[in-house]
Design a protein around this ligand. Structure first.
Ligand SMILES: [Zn+2]
Length: 169
């Protein structure tokens, strides 16, 4: 049984907030149905049915977290990512410019720490590291987190209890 097949009961149940567990009753936006993003099908799968999931976005009435209901377990979608931010040279230039602005504006230095959630391949944090600013990157996709370790020249810590990999200095 695949991870995708394990969730129908949970998905059919009344949705609850993924942060505070309050029942969800307010729809933020309904974007219809969609297949999983960045799930590139191999040639042998092109004539098979592809699962579609609701892009029904809820907002929690208690903590205001905007969220999708969990239809697929994180291990199924968060271990590998096909998107690497560093493939775009214009995005890298923007990241470098942003870093310069943030260091000057906030007076960042070696006693600071920049934290980026969903830090991808280290496209942004590498510029803080170059300037001697300690960083913490949190990235659920192990393959792009490994690239972040190369870009930032920092060790990767992987927690067994969390589906995240962190790059720290
Ligand atoms: Zn909540």
């Amino acid at each position: 049984m695949s991870a995708v097949e394990k969730l129908p009961d949970a998905a059919a149940a009344a949705p609850r907030c993924r942060f505070c567990s309050a029942p969800l009753s307010e729809v933020f936006v309904d974007l219809g149905m969609s297949p999983l993003c960045e799930s590139f099908l191999p040639a042998e799968a092109l004539n098979r049915m592809e699962p579609f999931y609701p892009l029904l976005v809820w907002v929690c009435g208690r903590c205001f977290l905007v969220q999708l209901q969990e239809y697929v377990v994180p291990a199924e979608i968060c271990t590998e990512d096909a998107y690497f931010s560093s493939y775009s040279s214009s995005w890298l230039q923007h990241a470098r410019d942003y870093t310069e602005m943030a260091i000057e504006r906030f007076g960042l230095g070696k006693s600071s720490r920049v934290v980026e959630i969903a830090s991808n391949d280290g496209y942004l944090l590498q510029y803080f590291v170059e300037r001697g600013v300690p960083v913490l990157g949190v990235e659920p996709a192990a393959n792009v987190a490994r690239a972040a370790a190369v870009a930032t020249r920092r060790a990767i810590l992987a927690g067994a209890a969390l589906p995240f990999t962190a790059t720290v200095t």
